[in-house]
Design a protein around this ligand. Sequence first.
Ligand code: GLN
Length: 319
Amino acid sequence: FVVADFKSFTKDIEEIYWKCKGNTAGKNASYIPQLARVNPNYWGVSVCTIDGQRFSIGDTTIPFTIQSVCKPLNYAVALEHLSPIVVHQYVGQEPSGRIFNELVLDHNKQPHNPMINSGAILICSLLQTLIRSEMNLAEKFDFMQNWFSRMAGGERFGFNNSVFLSEREAADRNYALGFYMRENKVFPERTNLRECLDFYFQMCSQDVTCENMCVIAATLANGGICPMTGEKVFSTQTVRDVLSLMHSCGMYNYSGQFAFNVGLPAKSGVGGGVLLVVPNVAGFFTWSPPLDECGNSVRGIQFCEELVKLYNFHPYDNI
Ligand code: GLN
């Protein structure tokens, strides 16, 4: 086993869990009512090692929307089908240093990276127009859900229609990003902006749980092989690219500080989820809705920081 003494490992996780539970700082996302009214006391942590040992504590079977945590996963699917060379003709690899939905492009007039809204919307247009362009919209949604299911070891995610409808109603900034990118000829030719944004909102509105998301984190930690099924879901190159950008850009405009303090690839979402990858060891997923000013889950960040205090998972701990 990669974690030889799993019992004492889970005891430590439990301890960190209770420590973070007492932290009631932060506020739920409030741009749509469906996120604002989620109970802020929900707190769950799930872990899956690369050899399939699992542990969960707290609210790990209650569904919530994946939101921005879909961004690295959509990016991974795009890489698998198009190669990094093609994908990065459209989107960069540089942290933007700005908030996730800032109306800004890089010096090439392209999105800075696939982990912020502009880049994620662009990835959605690649998925719709360059991959499976023969499919209709329903088939494209199924195609992505099948991908997510393979990453999660066969678990199928739900779809939260009221979140989807609200996202679409509250979409001025995402539309502004879309038009700004269209003005700068960022998209592939056949892109239909309305369909592209709907697809982005659909991806964000998938209902997930800590228990199934930690398996996705573990698939990434395990070089693309899902520890529950043994299936090779992603190539080594895809995993390397996804984890690299999660490391530098995954935690909004806290990414640099997170890389300094924790040093591990992670991705957060406004629903309060944090996906954390400990390469060659395990995948974690934490969920707690209250967010800090950067948009990261307060308890999620605290959990990651406490974890690397106890275990030397930071890549420069052992030098
Ligand atoms: N649906 C949200 C948006 O596009 C997702 C953003 C996020 O999780 N940061 O604004």
